[in-house]
Design a protein around this ligand. Sequence first.
Ligand code: GDP
Ligand code: MN
Length: 380
Amino acid sequence: MRLHEYQSKSIFSHYGIPIPKGRIANTAGEAKQIAEELGGRVVIKAQVLIGGRGKAGGIRLAKSVEEAEELATHILSMDLKGLPVRRVLVDEIVSFNREIYLGITNDRMERKPVIIASGAGGVDIEEVAVENPEKIIKIHLDAPFGLHDFQTRNLAIGIDLPRELWKSFNQIAKGLWKAFKENDAAIAEINPLVITNQGMLMALDGKMVVDENALFRHPELVEIRDLDAEEPAEVEARKYGLSFIKLEGNIGCMVNGAGLAMATLDIIKENGGSPSNFLDIGGGASSEKVTTAIRIICADPAVKVILINIFGGITRCDEVARGILSAINELQKEIPLVIRLAGTNAEKGLELLSESRIETASNLVEAARKAVELAGGESR
Ligand code: GDP
Ligand code: MN
């Protein structure tokens, strides 16, 4: 679950990290009022769950209350990378002379959290990482011990931070670590952390991604979750206990079990196709769940064919077949379906499906090839 900038910064501030004064606005009128309170010179920032808002025109500086209202009107009417802007953050303008990057994430290869800093922060940090990787300093942490003073000092030295800012940098890095750990975050990032013209460190941007599997112990985060800003199909799927992730391709996939679902995506790719989603219907899925899953897959206009791969264990193939039949009845579109059904009650399931227009395959590779062909892609 990704948090908005204003939510992340508010959490950071709770951990002692300095942030600019500002508030969230739903309308241009509210933005105007906040600009008045802050003295007119403000930055208007689109709150959408994407990176690179600055480059996309979603961050603008206003020199007066009137300009703040105009810019807020404009930004609130924008789509950024396909996402409508519903709210803007209105912050006081901070003048700065350096932009630093500071972030914490998990390094899966090392199986440790890693803190990353760069003296070349700002909007081009991705390019820096590719072209000047030596400008990016990484230090791995031992989670139970957290972040030590000597580690933040090494980071400060690595990014050429002036000596008088080391103490404040140490506090900010430790605050970020605490925010990361206590909120079960996957990412906690400040870009840019600036050195203001007054010689202070301040977080102008904030990004947090929280592990969804840990949300059960963070009711306060569930409360601020912005479902409007998330992929609608994923929100819908979650309601029914389906693990669904939207992808870019045109072959819909319905599978039981996460590992089998991933293997299915791999085999589709291997055969020259492109999946439109990841979907794990879980073990022992009812026919209603199956029907819902197919409905969610079909809501994506890019989908040309659906590949169903079920390996019955606790899941009963006849139950799945009933769900498929009721989905076929209900569907508006004539989308071809290919199925590979094996395991518990597979014969019963296939018998139920024998009257329908669904194509069956005896194994996964054959099913994937058929699906790729029906989607109009190449198949080897
Ligand atoms: P992002 O593009 O989504 O990462 O959004 P950011 O919040 O990082 O803003 C992009 C850039 O806008 C920053 O790197 C800054 O250079 C600039 N910016 C953001 N806030 C301010 C501000 O208060 N004052 C000034 N002068 N520039 C700002
Ligand atoms: Mn940023």
